[in-house]
Design a protein around this ligand. Structure first.
Ligand code: GUN
Ligand code: ZN
Length: 431
């Protein structure tokens, strides 16, 4: 039986970085029809009620029906070390991240954290995510099993490292290739799951390992490839020492066949002009991780890049300091303000939904409310706390009504999520 969801409906018919706020469409008394996992109609509530009299109605009143949030760059194995104090990137990796990632040799621990991460993500209204695992193949199995049991569209890859990491976290060019290929063959295209070829970053991969993964990507061109790029200045100096022949950081990937459409680079803050040009020419995607960039002290992403590149938004859990894409939108707003750019709420919302989908080349499946899209929806209470409620009381348009939730909202704003056309009744509350 078809489901008809009623509420305020927010969707996009184009990119607000090109067209401004008019790229968004707001239906104050709107409806979304869902059948067999897909959105089959959307429009004014009264029209859809008449057109679809048999549909089962769920009335969300004044709440906002949006495409589910898409977190385009997370490290699910870092769930338990989120909010670790006092370090910058290289020391943070050595002191917090690598010891935690070592624990994932144990499949039971990987399964526990994968499930904990998924429950937290859903509680925050995130319905799709693109994650790094650890070097252990079972950490990828744990992630995909947890996503599959919840019917999520989800992305993940084995994080490959063959140097500058503790011995227990090192693979080799050959084993990285073999393990990645076996996991890709096992999971890619199963249900709503996609394998992502994942060298961690150039400091922890030899040129031989990057080349092996470049060769694998050449064999499986429809996969995405994700890695980190130009996050901190110390990291960039380190890359220069490790790759003296390279023109710049991006060139360490480009030289090994790891730059083209489908490449998804996290952070990309301190880019040189040549890197910007090549990223644009190649059609690569960037992922902005603003809470991470302030928390680890990395720098301020240049949102002007969204004019010409696919740019998504992400928490970067656990370098990022929140599981919430609302908090992440707020941080994106603040970071842009520090660069003299005022992002419109339509642009922030787009980044967390359609923009992230586009960065992951999934814009025809997820990230928007339109006929034929997969029915992953997040329903938000726009007055979820007293502080937000009093600020929205004076709102005269949808953006004034939404912006306090962007700036002050958290998991209490998430009223419900629908995954693949089904309500997720028990969004786990961690209280
Ligand atoms: N660069 C390489 N690995 C990582 C990681 O795990 N988190 C962040 N923020 N940056 C990285
Ligand atoms: Zn990362």
């Amino acid at each position: 039986m078809a489901d008809l969801l009623l509420g305020q409906v927010l969707s996009f018919h184009s990119d607000p970085f090109h067209d401004g706020p008019t790229a968004a469409h707001h239906e104050r008394h709107g409806a979304v029809l869902i059948d067999s996992g897909l959105i089959t109609d959307t429009g004014p509530a009264e029209t859809l009620r008449i057109k679809h009299p048999q549909a089962r109605i769920t009335d969300y009143g004044q709440s906002l029906i949006s495409a589910g949030f898409i977190d385009a760059h997370v490290h699910y194995p870092q769930t338990a070390i989120i909010a670790s104090w006092g370090k910058r990137l290289i020391d943070w990796l050595a002191d917090y991240t690598f010891p935690e990632e070592m624990r994932f040799f144990d499949p039971a621990y990987a399964t526990e954290i994968a499930n904990r991460y998924m429950d937290l993500a859903l509680a925050h209204g995130t319905t799709s995510m693109c994650s790094y695992a650890t070097i252990h193949p079972t950490s990828v199995d744990a992630f995909f099993a947890a996503a599959q049991s919840r019917n999520l569209r989800a992305y993940c890859g084995k994080t490959c490292m063959d140097r500058n990491a503790p011995p227990a976290l090192r693979d080799s060019p050959q084993s990285a290739y073999d393990d990645s290929k076996a996991l890709l063959t096992k999971w890619h295209g199963q249900n709503r799951l996609s394998y992502v070829i994942t060298p961690r970053f150039s400091p922890t991969s030899t040129p031989e390992q990057l080349a092996a993964l470049g060769a694998l990507w050449h064999e499986y061109p429809d996969c995405l490839m994700q890695t980190h790029l130009s996050e901190q200045t110390d990291e960039i100096a380190w890359v220069q020492d490790l790759f003296p022949q390279s023109r710049d950081y991006l060139d360490t990937y480009e030289a090994q066949g790891l730059l083209r459409e489908g490449a998804v680079f996290g952070h990309a803050i301190h880019l040189r002009p040549r890197e910007r040009d090549r990223l644009r020419e190649a059609g690569a995607s960037l992922v902005h991780c603003p809470t991470s960039n302030t928390f680890i002290g990395s720098g301020l992403f240049d949102m002007a890049l969204a004019q010409t590149l696919r740019v998504g938004l992400a928490t970067d859990t656990g370098g990022g300091s929140s599981f919430s894409m609302l908090r992440t939108m707020a941080a994106a707003y603040e970071v842009a303000q520090l660069r003299g750019q005022a992002l419109h709420p339509a642009q922030l919302w787009w980044l967390a939904t359609a923009g992230s989908a586009r960065a992951l080349h999934a814009e025809h499946e997820i990230g928007n409310i339109a006929k034929g899209m997969e029915a992953d929806l997040t329903i938000l209470d726009l007055a979820s706390t007293p502080a937000i409620a009093q600020a929205t009381r004076r709102a005269t348009d949808i953006w004034q009504a939404i912006f306090p939730t962007i700036m002050l909202g958290d998991d209490r704003a998430i009223k419900a999520v629908w995954i693949n056309g089904k309500p997720k009744r028990e969004v786990v509350r961690f209280i």
